[in-house]
Design a protein around this ligand. Structure first.
Ligand code: T1G
Length: 694
């Protein structure tokens, strides 16, 4: 059942009821049309209210319908019928009136809303634009600049702000439906106030407004297609009569819908919601309650992790081995908060409240009451062993014991305790108080409710939790190894560091792979290569970086790595000294340097990553390929408009082409790194995609 019509005296209420968010499915569109027809036909009904059951007004078109042909009636047809009605119509808004839902409301004469409601046009986040009149009606109601900003940001607009913009007419309290009926009844007898009839005088447009908007947007939304089309559509609202503007909007909407970016962004929308679903988790498994948390280690990671919980209002005990370390850690936390406050994003009072939630201690006994303990100490098993053996003695029964390790074995660490079922990995990404990704790493013996607990607390601290299996590097760093290996080898074989990095930035990465090494510190890889079995990695790939480290060029922290950096400036400057090291190292390996194309850079870096991703999927380290995409969007800045590395390989390149390229590089380089994943070979042989991988 998606809707019904209710006559309340002389006001007809068109009820929509399509849980969970009243997405405007085909059935909802039919219900809207039926309601409008009934309202028009009834002699008793003098005004109409459109209202929604459940927790929200219509939250937009049903995105699940985008993958197939849209069944008539389309939403524009419904809105035309709304426009044609002879009686006044009022939208009763609660929850989140987004996208097509808000566009239905904009086609009503008036909108009343609860103060707690939000409205918005988030289509840009799906690579689309408001395709049911929003680009033409919102400017007429709210004015050109606020309307354009709302569509380019796609951000929710609180009802009180929307009231100030003129996008809604009245905030109501108590019974929203009754208030809307009363409001509608007051309009009986008055002529309809159709938003389409409001004028948007062309002289209301500041000179050069749209060109300036295009230039600004090209910078702020680098590489994105639909924001520019939104500007085109809003310009049509100013320069064309309404019906032609609607026609122009329709053309631009279809251009966006056909663009690969909208398919990628819609993939991301659903992928973000899939990650928190644990396959096979029994319905009766509930997260353990987490009221207090303890963090062991007040270093960069421990301090950042502690901030996440304080930000969520959860008390945090922060343990260090000595007073100096504790004070240094607290000082860094305070400095971070004060920097946020200086930008106006926190008040001084909020800083104190959050600092007050972090209780420093030097004693393990202070952790005894914590529901969740996360260690963020040195990355050696020797230290982890001491920590977890102590925790096993001190932590209360049922406490979740998590390690922030980025590559050590969860099973080994769990084995240091008598309660391995309570142990798992919670791998935060630096800076831990900023990066949204949290890899939730399940050990062989991690209990299902412990996994559910970690995913639940991830949401509470506004992280995107992705479940990973226990292997070296879990999902993200394991795949990153291929990406970094190829970036480094390309530099040996003939590309300059800036050529490699520029190709990757042009693709959409936030920075290049070598620049990323400089940011993280080249000494991290240097130490890892010294500790690891050489058979597990490509020694040539680290050769240049190792020489740079031995020269004291550790990266940004020494103002010299692959690039030079001016003090206090992160802009990478190509270095002649590094160029010489690269040439000498290449000569030492007898490598004949050559011209390297941008295409080879992208293929080798990303296909090396994807090939490992296929193994991560085949081994069950990731539940889904879309989980891998989410790891890369939220942990490494992979461009969302390309959907993630796995989506890019399947939908931009094509899996058969990806496999052929991997085989080609295998033939060319003959090394085991280019052995195609058996999963990729099987999928291509069977003509399947990643969704059929498991
Ligand atoms: N279509 C289909 N399913 C949707 C949906 C939608 N628009 N929105 C949410 N869902 C599903 C979601 O996948 C999840 O499913 C469940 O509902 C709960 O969602 C013509 C073309 C409304 C703020 O972009 O922002 O209109 O995982 O987990 O955290 O111009 O959902 O349970 O199976 O997100 O409470 C524009 C998208 C569409 C709004 C609620 N509208 N949705 O957040 O729940 S394009 C949007 C949201 C459009 C017009 C154009 C949020 C929410 P499952 P949830 P939530």
């Amino acid at each position: 059942m998606s809707g019904r019509f209710e006559a309340r005296g002389d006001v007809g209420i068109i009820w929509i009821d399509n849980p969970p968010v009243n997405a405007i499915s085909h059935a909802v569109r039919v219900a809207l049309l039926d309601g409008l027809k009934q309202a028009e036909a009834s002699g008793d009904i003098q005004a109409v209210v459109i209202a929604c059951a459940g927790r929200t007004f219509m939250a937009g078109a049903d995105i699940t319908e985008f993958s197939g042909p849209l069944k008539s009636p389309g939403l524009p047809e419904v809105i035309d019928a709304l426009d044609a009605l002879s009686k006044p119509v009022v939208a009763a808004i609660h929850g989140t009136a987004f996208g097509g839902g808000f566009e239905v409301a904009l086609a009503c004469d008036h909108r009343v809303a609860l103060a707690s409601a939000q409205v918005g046009l988030p289509e840009v986040k799906l690579g689309l634009l408001p395709g049911a009149g929003g680009t033409q009606r919102l400017p007429r109601l709210a004015g050109l600049e606020p309307a354009l900003q709302a569509m380019l940001s796609g951000d929710p607009i609180p009802a009180p702000v929307a009231l100030g913009m003129g996008a809604i007419d009245k905030l109501v309290e108590g019974d929203l439906t009754e208030a809307a009926v009363t409001f509608a009844r007051e309009k009986i007898g008055s002529p309809r106030r159709r938003v389409r009839d409001l004028t948007l005088a062309p002289n209301a447009v500041p000179a050069g407004f749209f060109d300036a908007a295009r230039q600004r947007t090209a910078k702020e939304k680098r590489n994105l297609f639909s924001p520019q089309r939104i500007i085109d559509a809003v310009e049509a609202a100013v320069t064309l009569p309404f019906d032609q503007g609607i026609q122009r909007e329709r053309e631009l909407f279809l251009e966006c819908a056909r663009n690969s970016q909208s398919k990628a962004l819609q993939h991301v929308f659903f992928a973000e919601r899939q990650v928190s679903k644990i396959p096979g988790l029994p319905a009766d498994v509930k997260p353990r309650p987490i009221q207090s948390v303890a963090i062991i280690g007040a270093g960069t990671m421990g301090g950042g992790i502690a901030m996440n919980f304080a930000n969520a209002g959860i008390p945090v005990t922060l343990l260090e081995v000595n007073q100096e370390g504790l004070e240094r850690g607290l000082g860094v936390i305070r400095k971070n908060y004060e920097a946020t406050a200086a930008k106006g994003r926190l008040t001084a009072e909020q800083v104190e409240t959050r600092m007050g939630l972090i209780r420093p201690t030097l004693s393990y006994d202070a952790l005894a009451g914590a529901d969740l303990v996360i260690e963020a100490v040195f990355e050696t098993l020797e230290v982890k062993k001491k920590v977890f053996e102590t925790l096993d003695r001190v932590a209360k029964k049922g406490a979740v014991l998590a390690t922030n390790t980025s590559y050590l074995s969860i099973d080994t660490i769990a084995g240091y305790t008598s309660r391995p079922a309570d142990v798992l990995g919670m791998h935060f990404f630096s800076p831990a108080n900023v990066m949204k990704l949290l890899e939730v790493v399940r050990g062989t013996r991690t209990a299902p409710d412990v996994l559910a607990t970690a995913l639940d607390i991830a949401k509470r601290i506004k992280k995107v939790g992705v479940v990973a299996g226990n292997c070296h590097g879990f999902i993200g760093n394991r795949m990153l190894e291929g990406y970094m290996r190829e970036g480094s080898l390309l530099v040996l074989e003939g590309a300059t560091p800036q050529q490699v990095d520029q190709a990757l930035v042009k693709f959409g990465m936030p920075m290049g792979v070598l620049q990323m090494g400089d940011l993280a510190g080249l000494d991290i890889g240097y130490k890892s290569r010294k500790d690891r079995d050489p058979a597990t990695f490509e020694p040539k790939a680290g050769a240049v970086a190792d020489k740079l480290v031995e020269m004291g060029r550790l990266g940004q922290k020494t103002q010299a790595g692959y690039y030079d950096y001016q003090p206090g400036n992160r802009t990478p400057v190509p270095s002649d000294a590094v160029a010489r090291v690269i040439e000498e190292t290449a000569a030492g390996y007898g490598i004949q340097r050559r011209e390297i194309t941008e295409q080879e850079i992208l293929e080798r870096c990303f296909l090396a990553m994807v090939n490992i991703g296929c193994e991560v999927l085949r081994e069950g380290i990731a539940y889904r390929s879309s989980d891998i995409d989410i790891v890369y969007l939220y942990g490494y800045g992979f461009p969302a408009h390309r959907g993630g590395p796995m989506f890019w390989a399947e939908h931009e390149l094509g899996l058969p082409q990806a496999l052929e390229k991997i085989r080609e590089y295998g033939r060319k380089y003959g090394n085991r790194w280019w052995t195609p994943s058996p999963l990729l070979e099987r999928l291509v042989a069977e003509g399947k995609g990643f969704a059929q991988a498991v």
